[in-house]
Design a protein around this ligand. Sequence first.
Ligand code: FBP
Length: 343
Amino acid sequence: MITFVDTVVPITAQSTQPDLALPVGTTLDRFILSEQSAFPFATGELSQLLRDIALASKIINREINRAGLIDVTGATGTDNVQGESQQKLDVIANIRFIRALKNGGEVCAIISEEEDDIILTGNPNGKYVVAIDPLDGSSNIDVNVSIGTIFSIYRRVSPVGSVPTLADLLQGGRQQVAAGYVLYGSSTILVFTTGQGVNGFTLDQSLGEYILSHTDIKQPRTGSIFSCNEGNVAEYPDKIQTYLNTCRQRRMTGRYIGSLVADFHRNLIKGGIYLYPSTRKSPGGKLRLLYECFPMAFIAEQAGGKATDGRQAILDITPTDLHQRLVLYVGSPDLIDELLTTI
Ligand code: FBP
C-alpha cells in the first residue's frame, strides 16, 4: 500500500506559524482590475493591452536570462532606421512585442525603434496605438548590464475601423493614456503610469507573476546623482559643461549605466538628474521623442519629477517625425530647475 507523506501542516499549527503561507501580494492583473474603474474610457481594453505588454516582457526576460546559453547575443549584421547596428535581442524583442500587440487586438498601429515605418496590426477596430523601444540599452546586451523596454500608449484619433494614420502616432506627449518601462536588471521590474501616479511591479520568477512592489513612486525633490556620458563632455554646449562642473564641485556622484531605463529608474528612486545633451554626433540630441522621451517624461511628471529639452517641458512638444531625436534632461524637480537657471 502506498502512503502519501502529508506535507500539509495541520490547521491548528498554521495559526501559530503564519509565515508558512504569507500572502504573495497584489498581482499586476489584480491591480489593473482594481484600478480599472479609475481609467478614463474604462472598457477593459487598456487593461488587456497592459497585460499583453507584461506577457511579452516576461518572454523577453526569459531570453535575456538565458542569453549566454542560447544564440541571442551579438549583432544581426543589419542596421535599423537609426543607422544603428541591430543586436539579435533587439530583433527578438521587436518581434515578440509586435506579435503580442497584434494578437491582443486592442492596438491598430505601432511605431517601433526597430522599424522604419508605422506597423499596421490588422486590427482596424483597435482603439489604441503604441510607440515602443523593444530593447533599450542595446550596447549593454552582450555584457550582462541592465537593459530595458520602454512603451507609450495613446487612444487613436482616426475613426475606429478606418486605416490608422500618421496623426495617430504623432500625438503630443500629454495625450498619452499610459506609459511605462520594464527594467531587466538584478530583478525585473515593470513601472508604469496611466495618469494616476506611478507604480512598480517586480517579477516573481518562481510564479511568473508581476507583484506590486513599489506603490505610488515619488521622485525625491533633489538628489546627489548626475548621469551623463562623460566621454562626450567636451562636445556638450558650454553651459551644460558649466552645470556639470557645479555638480562635481558639489561632490555629486556621477553614475551612468548607458541604458536610459536603468539610469532613469535609479534616479527616480534615489533622486538625481539624467542628461543627454546635444553632441557633434547628435546635434539634435540622441534619444527618440516618441518611444524614449515622451514615456519617460510622463512617468517623471507623474512621480513629481520634471523632463525638459532645455527650452520646454518634453510633454508640451508636438512631434513632427516618427523617429525624431531630442535633447533630454530628466529627473528630480529641484535639479532640473537648477539646470534651467544655468543654461
Ligand atoms: P537604444 O539602446 O534603445 O538605442 O537607446 C539609446 C541608449 O542606449 C540609451 O538607453 C542610453 O541612455 C544612451 O543611448 C546611451 O548612449 P551613449 O552610448 O551615447 O552614452
